[in-house]
Design a protein around this ligand. Sequence first.
Ligand code: ADP
Length: 606
Amino acid sequence: MSRPARVLLWLAALAAAAGLLWLLAAWGERAETERLREAGRHRLDVYAGSLRNAVDRYAYLPFALSTHPDLAALLRAPDDAALRDKVNRYLIINKASAQASVLYLLDAQGTAIAASNWDTPQSYVGRNYSFRPYFLQAREGHGGRFYGVGFTTRQPGYFLSYPVFDGRKVIGVVVAKVSLDGLEHNWRQGGERMLVADRHGVAFLSTDADWLWHSLTPLPAETLRFIEDTRQYGRADFPVLALKQRQPLDADTERATGPRGSEVLVQTLNLPDLEWRIVLFSDLAPVRQVVRNTVTGGALGLLALLSWLLFWRQRRRRIRDNLRASAALRQAHDELEHKVDARTRDLVDANAQLQREIAERIRTETNLRAAQNELIQAGKLAVLGQMAAGVTHELNQPLTAMRSFAENALALLDRGDTGEVRRNLGLIAQLTERMGKITGQLRAFARKSDGKVEPVLVHAAIGNALLLLEQRLRQQQVRLDIDQPDTGLRVSGNPVRLEQVLINLLRNALDAVRTSPQPAIRIGVAASGDHVGITVSDNGPGIAEAQLPAIFDPFFTTKSASEGLGLGLAISLSIVRDFGGRLTAGNRPEGGAYFKVELSAVDWRP
Ligand code: ADP
């Protein structure tokens, strides 16, 4: 949701909450007011009952008194002092028993002729009450009622009157004045705030002294005149009750601000029989308090709801975040798995590639080895080719000798010298043996070796090599020294190939000493530790320093095309390395070159 939308939503929620609180307040106020009103109505009924009760208690009293014959007798003979005393006493007794304030008897002109208070300073006797409505009503022949302030005593009271008849004629009026102060006192005691007003609206009973003799509404002039005429309340002005901001709720109820600024509910109960009305004032402060409590409660409830909502939202957000995080985690996991898959595939591919390359390598190596074997063989054949002339010479010599021995033998045979024939044939046999040895050696050298590594007797290998080069050694008149203290030394190698290496080294030495004045070649064999070293040295020109690093390279040669191919040393190095040995070269301090073959010694004796 966008930010402005969220702000709008919050504002709407706030407005709704405020509206809700307002409704709650209005509802609370109405309900509480209604409750107060109901309670007020109920109390009004109770107070009306007690008021009626207080008044009705005395309703019979004037009538009962009027029937006493002494009263009528006194009215007829007002000057009878004895009778007046009797009536006075009678009134006193009745006043006491009825708990009335004053009982008195008026004559037809309204003058009191007897009273229960005849002997007190406030005695009514002799006073005229003809202006009082209760007198006028009774003189009309029926009971009268009137509430007013005592004309003589200044005490308010309820006046009940009844005519005293002489036959049908009204000859006087008996009056009972009762006080309602007790009632007023009771109400005040009950903490009630109320007043009782007459039919004009003048409060004549009140729990609040400030309200007494106030009118509920402004009084019209004729009412004021009536009150004055009847001297009902002994006063002439009746200020209007100070109620402000009056707000009628119905015919009998209104809400207003009281004289002390407090809000009140004003309830009126009309008592038509008495022509009075009771007005009850109920303080609205508790209503306000209840409304405040209700609104506070509502606000707290809304706050609780809000915090719950926030909590719920937070929780939802957390759950959503968690879900999102776990989805991200799952995705990451999937991606990882994917990557691992891809990487594994790559590895498998790489591995397969490697396997292929290894196989290729093995194949190449096999091919290389085959090629190498071919090369060694080729090198050997080349040497054989170059040695062919020497070998032919080597074979021709015994052949020529054999021919002359054979011719000699034939001639000797003719001569019958069988002894000499035998010697010649013996020589021929010797020569053929030597020839067979040479050709056998040639065949052995030419044969293709399987390269198998086995113990090789060094002495034999040197002997075989020299046999093939014998003719050249002799032809070049080379001095050959063989320094081999132990002829039983064996090395790990292959006899044919070791022979090939030695032939190569000896042939190079023979080439080197070709120009030497006293050509000499030396072969030294020595064991050192687990190695056997075979050194071939000569007294030729040696190897130029610059060429030393190159002499083992294939096709490196300083000889003419017919003499050298430059393969001899390369092939020899390869053979020696195959045996697990070393082939090194260098110049001797006294001149000439040396070549050293080092091979593992084999401790084997037949
Ligand atoms: P080739 O003998 O066919 O030239 P090699 O590989 O046997 O091939 O020898 C390579 C080169 O090493 C020779 O041409 C020569 O220059 C040098 N060389 C070999 N042996 C000797 C030696 N004993 N004295 C001097 N130089 C030598």
